[in-house]
Design a protein around this ligand. Sequence first.
Ligand code: PLP
Length: 488
Amino acid sequence: MTERKTKPATHRTGNDSGRSQSPPAAANPLRQIPSVEETLNRPAIRALAAKVGRKFVADRVRQVLAALRDQIQRADIPSGELDAHINLSVGAAVERELAFSLRPVINATGVILHTNLGRAPLARESLDHLIEIATQYSNLEFDIAGGRRGERDVHVSRHLQDLLGAPGIAVNNNAAAVLITLNTLAEGGEVVVSRGELIEIGGSFRIPDIMRKSGAVLREVGTTNRTRISDYEAAINENTKLLLRVHPSNFRIVGFTERPTLEEMVALSKKTGIPVYEDLGSGCLVPSRLLGSLDEAPVADSLSAGVNVVSFSGDKLLGGPQAGLIAGKKDLVARIRRNPLFRVLRADKMTYAVLETTLQTYRQEQFERIPAWRMIQMTTAEIEGRALRLMEACALPEGGPMRLELVNGESVIGGGSAPGQTIPTRLIALRHRKSSASAITGRLLAQNPPVVARAESDRVLVDLRTVLPEQDPLVVEAIRALSRKDRN
Ligand SMILES: *Cc1c(COP(=O)(O)O)cnc(C)c1O
């Protein structure tokens, strides 16, 4: 058989022993181990193989029998019936191997756009269009009216035109957008950028590195905390191709600072004929009136101020799928679109499907349908109400080792949006008499689904702002599991 050929070593003991011709089994306990073939022919294992694949189950059987052999050689004979032991072990191994690596977690950190936790969660309804497009053929690059080849851009460009009053295109993420924009508009030339904007976003996205890869030369001006428009002007020479402005994501310089206004940069651009490109990072498409105290400039403001090109992420404040959106003056966007890098950095049909749904939601001004915006807008009263109900549902025993308490705290937007700004929230603080806060966060992570919470000195903080309301019962379950373990 194939197993015999490919892995003879695994087989020798089992196959050669043949349980049917057994008698002296007791003499050598290894002889009790069935062969891979024999095991695969058992009804329970056969049923499993029919469900998940024979080769997949055969591999698990081989592992289980090898482990069993080792165990027996260590004279550690499994208690109970060997056949039942093998069936159970194979079943468990199949389950373990089939468990997805990428799986849901509960975000109780209060960081709304948490890059490590997948940034913006999507609305379930935005997936209807995704499923429809992903599971069938589509007009991704086909012009139905003309019956000929089309361009994938059209599926988002009409929405961007409507929302921003400027044409736009999509690539894989905003890092890609920065690369292709710099490469198109400034390869072989200089890009003037303020020293205060030479940022690193994390995940090794650093403006100077991307600049080098784009083939453009960085021309830093000003100082870390103060850069004036005259600094940009003084740096311009015949090699200057672009003025770059970068959203200072992830950090904020406070105190004695100065940065030219967009208007000043646009005026300098008009005077010199050198375009301005603004990397906005987050990309806020809600009208400023809805931003409340959040200090995040809407994308449309940059374009209406006269910035030639902007780019921003799809999965930060926009609350959509991972993507990079580029919008601006028609001729410049068309040049970026013609860059061969567009083919390298293009987004796939699933991204277009979700982007289209997300952008349409913005056109309908139904921002509350975007989960990230719902979280941003959630009031402390709402969060407090949920927290109190959740604490009650936990029904922890009076005088037990674990105590829950409602405290004031702060949520953050994350993803480099509105750096340094926080949204007031109510937190559930968990204290345990016998376990440290980091031990408790570890045990919350061991739950299924894992609950990601923040340890702070002697307590663990749970922020329900970032927990989807339908997940509240799962948080109750996780907390109750901790207290149950205490009693045993
Ligand atoms: C987040 C960010 C990027 C990178 O965007 P991704 O979509 O994560 O690739 C680039 N520039 C700025 C200013 C950012 O905040």
